[in-house]
Design a protein around this ligand. Structure first.
Ligand SMILES: [Cu+2]
Length: 326
């Protein structure tokens, strides 16, 4: 090809193209065969092992959703790889008889490619939007925190409420139906709908029970509700997923889904064992505000702004200490 840019573009193109194999159709054929083989293989072999597993209804739903996304993504990935691979093999500069690189007007404005690109990506994005919305609604919130007034509530007649309290830097759990006992480990029964009531005593944390596929922000003075239904026994990892201070990375603990009978036994035993401690705790409530004035584990009355100047940590009750020592 001449380096003379004034030469009319594509003058010798028809003759050159006639000798060329139909690259586009070759690429499409290779892509189609690979995608048709790898997609089902991926879905059936890898799919069942995709996180977060199947410990709850939300977890199974989320696993299915991830698999659908991956089944859509795999052909896209294969298309990119096949195209790159084909280009490297067919048009590498060391190969004899390769056509010169095409530039200038010839390489611009390929209507079919442009329309094909826009239509395909639009269909994919709108399809994913629809899919995500439908799955969120049919999945009853998909294990996410729904705030204090959940839109999606479980149909089950028996729901076990478990309060999750985040604080720098740990999670504890209170069981209002077992005397308001507080534990440092999350234990819940199998085949039961659980209502997590997530709150915080200080800054914003986030309760992420990975295997349960539950994630809900823990905000001070907010009762953030998230539902899930347990389907299998097993171990659960709970992590804070909101940067909450210097030991955020160490804010995790482990829990368990146990059989219903094991749960009953554990809960009754723990309730009795911790009865003396429970008496010292503030009465069970959906939210708590540590008492800054007394700093003794007492709690603010409702409707007092915990962060007003009159409520400074360490101040004497009734004698507010102004901030900055003024
Ligand atoms: Cu945290």
């Amino acid at each position: 090809m001449s380096t003379d840019n004034t030469e009319p573009a594509g003058q010798d193109a028809p003759a050159a193209q006639a000798d060329q194999p139909r690259h586009m159709w070759r690429i499409v054929a290779i892509w189609f065969i690979l995608a048709a083989i790898l997609d089902p293989l991926f879905y059936f072999l890898v799919g069942p092992h995709v996180p977060p597993g199947t410990m709850t209804d939300n977890a199974s739903d989320n696993q299915f959703d991830f698999n659908i996304l991956l089944v859509i993504a795999v052909p896209v990935l294969i298309a990119v790889w096949v195209y790159l691979g084909y280009c490297i093999v067919m048009w590498r500069s060391t190969r004899k008889g390769v056509p010169d690189p095409v530039g200038g007007p010839q390489a611009r404005s390929h209507l079919k490619v442009q329309v094909g690109w826009i239509v395909t990506t639009t269909i994919m994005v709108l399809g994913l939007f629809l899919f995500g919305t439908v799955r969120l609604i049919t999945g009853n919130g998909s294990g996410g925190g729904e705030g204090p007034n959940p839109i999606w509530t479980p149909t089950s007649a028996t729901v076990l409420p478990v309060q999750v309290i985040g604080q720098q830097w740990k999670f504890t759990y209170r069981y209002p139906t077992f005397g308001g006992m507080e534990t440092s480990q999350l234990i819940i029964p199998d085949h039961t709908t659980i209502a997590f009531h997530v709150t915080s005593l200080d800054v914003i944390h986030s309760f992420w029970a990975y295997q349960l596929s539950v994630k809900a922000d823990a905000n001070p003075q907010q009762d953030n509700v998230a539902y899930t239904e347990t389907k299998e026994t097993g171990n659960v990892t709970v992590r804070c997923s909101e940067l909450c201070g210097i030991w955020h990375g160490a804010m995790f603990n482990y829990g368990k889904v146990v059989s219903k009978s094991d749960f009953e036994t554990w809960a009754k035993k723990t309730e009795a064992l911790t009865a003396a401690n429970t008496k010292l705790l503030p009465p069970f409530a959906w939210t708590y505000v540590p008492d800054a004035n007394n700093a003794d584990g007492g709690y603010y009355p409702d409707n007092v702004d915990p962060y007003s100047n009159a409520e400074v940590y360490g101040a004497t009750p009734g004698k507010p200490t102004p901030v900055n020592g003024q």
